[in-house]
Design a protein around this ligand. Sequence first.
Ligand SMILES: *Cc1c(COP(=O)(O)O)cnc(C)c1O
Length: 230
Amino acid sequence: MTPLQQRIETIEETICRACERAGRDRHDITVVAVTKQVSAQRTREVLDAGIIHLGENRPEGLLAKQEAIPQGAVWHFIGSVQSRKVKEIIERIDYLHSLDRLSLAKEIQKRAVEPVDCFVQVNVSGEASKSGLSPDETADFIDSLQDYDKIRVIGLMTMAPNTEDEQLIRSVFKQLRDLRDELAAKHMPHAPVTKLSMGMSNDYSIAIEEGATHVRIGTALVGSESEGDE
Ligand SMILES: *Cc1c(COP(=O)(O)O)cnc(C)c1O
């Protein structure tokens, strides 16, 4: 087994254990491999190892990986998007995890040919360094997207604080789930809001216990080529 296959197996075991603890079905969780820090070659290996959901956070990285991988992958854009970059990426991605403002929604509406599945990014922890809407403004924001037929709000996304404090991380994830439940209960045709994109290398197991449907795993999955681990 290659180091990459070993990492994937470890992640798979961790996910299955978290599912057991939470009484969840493994099939309800999608692993998005965040390949932003590795080469197209390593990204190709990730795909060949069976992980087809790939996440990039910059247009340049997305385009480079797509050039090397013309088919077989499902593409997630997970980084903040400058409005002027929308036209470069919007027809190339399957999911956008970082819808966080009306000006971005307007640009997507203008540029997209097909409706785009979006997660609205919420800054639950309130850290100044993080993008996203505050939990309080999220419902109004989603309401205001009603007439944007190129945007489908499938869920919410957040990033937990970078901390060892597991209770704090858990409470951030739980708050996002509670907000998701509230919004899903409104049964808005343009915004089903059933999905939860949360959990990264250090906290995906907690995120799954708290209801994540999409975990975005970078270093723990793809490794770091700078350390020459393969
Ligand atoms: C980089 C990144 C990740 C993955 O981070 P790791 O800690 O390497 O797993 C997940 N989500 C977003 C938005 C990121 O930018």
